[in-house]
Design a protein around this ligand. Structure first.
Ligand code: EPZ
Length: 419
């Protein structure tokens, strides 16, 4: 079993490059099922989750070629043989559920196992199913599966009770082959939704309004080939920005769209960290003195829930008390217990965490409880006195390509160890 060992105290300096956005790559790969033409992608992040979603497509009959040397991916779904994705694969990763919309839209039927919940919440799919049935699908659930069928989806007005990212994606993709016009109201506005819409339009779909709370999709009859370049990963960028701040460093984070991480920039500046913006990079300079700031997670453009645990690591060493409000997921404070093992003073009260900053964190044996919590533990370890050993690092490797190597490159004393 591998663990990550971090020895705290180094100040990080230098340049670190962000990869493509995991939460763009997964829905876009799923959406290739709409088309019988070849889709080519470059600079694909070779993450465990990317291999899971491409395995799902292969299990359905798609031609998938990943070249690890060039990070190029070619997919052609002109020979789909099954409409029932492997339950084992779907169970591995929630985002596999995003194959439902394209399969239903193109073939009029799909049978897929219900995605598991995970540590951060029950993560229901009621909004996905409600939206697809509004487009005319007959949906039955039972025995741990969802079965949906239709003659042809019909465009409709879909209102989302919550701006769910996944539900917006599943419905937007399905609507591309529906008959007529669909409008998704109260849609998610994340940059990954815009990236997906840009991919869909590049294969001949007609999607407008992505990035706002109202997305219009005109159904089309045929699609074409495409080459797509993904947007950079705003959460990986934010994670590296906090790494510089928590170590009193001076780091240039490259391959960044500053507009995608406005809330993180604003909160770091409020905490006394200097953030200088470039065209596609940010420079983060800290003198190690961190002021407390309150964080309330919200759907985009609010503060991203995927950066909550990383900011909590930083606030654990602030010179005052911060209040964290997690409004997106009902159970996204599992990292608190792990931070406490390192000496952090944090109290949980429902959706609130009260973080009393202190200048001392000590290294400890801790466990990654989800992808972003694991990354946050690395950040705390970069500051803590002594050694921090992080187990269950498979969580971290789902969303960060070579985070150990990248942090070593800017001076972190960090390594992966076999235990
Ligand atoms: C996406 O998950 C991301 N994953 C998550 O990133 C991210 O945290 C989340 O959006 C919020 O930004 C991918 O894009 C692969 P949601 P998703 O549907 O689509 C409730 C990471 O670390 N909800 O917007 O599953 C749900 O319970 C991961 O990279 C319903 O009630 O998120 C949650 O409370 C973690 N019914 C809230 O909406 C539904 O049908 C947000 O979920 C769907 C969702």
């Amino acid at each position: 079993m591998n663990k990550i060992l971090v020895k705290g105290g180094n100040t990080l300096k230098g340049k670190i490059k962000v990869g493509a956005a995991k939460n763009s790559v997964l829905p876009i790969i799923a959406a290739t099922l709409l088309s019988d033409k070849k889709c080519t992608f470059t600079d694909v992040p070779l993450l465990n989750d990317v291999y899971v979603i491409t395995d799902v497509l292969k299990s359905l009959g798609a031609d998938v070629n990943i070249d690890p040397a060039t990070c190029k991916l070619e997919i052609c779904c002109n020979n789909i043989l099954s409409l029932e994705p492997s339950p084992d694969l779907v169970g591995k990763m929630r985002a596999s559920f995003l194959v439902m919309g394209p399969l239903l839209a193109r073939y009029g039927r799909v049978r897929i196992s219900l995605p598991g919940g995970c540590n951060i919440g029950t993560r229901p799919i009621d909004l996905h199913l409600k939206g697809l049935s509004t487009l005319g699908a007959e949906i039955e659930t039972g025995y741990g599966f969802v079965e949906a069928k239709c003659t042809r989806l019909r465009g409709a007005n879909v209102y989302l009770d919550f701006p769910s990212v996944g539900a917006t994606e599943n419905i937007m993709v399905a609507a591309c082959l529906a008959e007529g016009e669909t409008i998704i109201q109260n849609a998610a506005e994340e940059p990954e939704i815009v990236d997906l819409a840009n991919f869909l339009n590049s294969i001949g779909c007609k999607v407008t309004g992505a990035g706002s709370d109202s997305i219009k999709i005109e159904g089309v009859e045929s699609l074409n080939e495409t080459n797509h370049i993904f947007i950079p990963d705003r959460i990986e960028a934010g994670t590296f920005m906090v790494a510089s701040a928590i170590t009193g460093g001076d780091v240039v984070v490259e391959n960044v769209v500053p507009d995608h991480i406005r809330p993180v920039i604003a909160k770091l500046q409020e905490a006394g960290v200097q953030v200088l913006e470039g065209h596609n990079k940010v420079r983060v300079i800290s003198n190690g003195v961190i002021s407390p700031v309150d964080i309330k997670t919200l759907p985009y453009p609010g503060f991203p829930t995927d950066m909550q645990s990383q900011l909590m690591a930083l606030m654990s060493i602030a010179n005052g008390t911060s209040i964290f409000t997690e409004t997106v997921f009902e159970n996204r404070f599992m990292h608190v217990n792990e931070f406490r093992r390192m000496g952090a003073d944090i109290k949980i009260d429902g959706r609130l965490s009260i973080v009393k900053g202190s200048s001392v964190l000590t290294g400890a044996d801790v466990k990654a409880t989800d992808l972003r919590a694991g990354a946050a533990l690395i950040l705390a370890g970069l500051f803590a006195k002594g050694e921090t050993t992080i187990s269950d690092i498979y969580h971290i490797e789902r969303g960060y390509v070579d985070i150990v190597g990248k942090l070593q490159g800017i001076g972190a004393n960090i390594e992966k160890i076999k235990v």
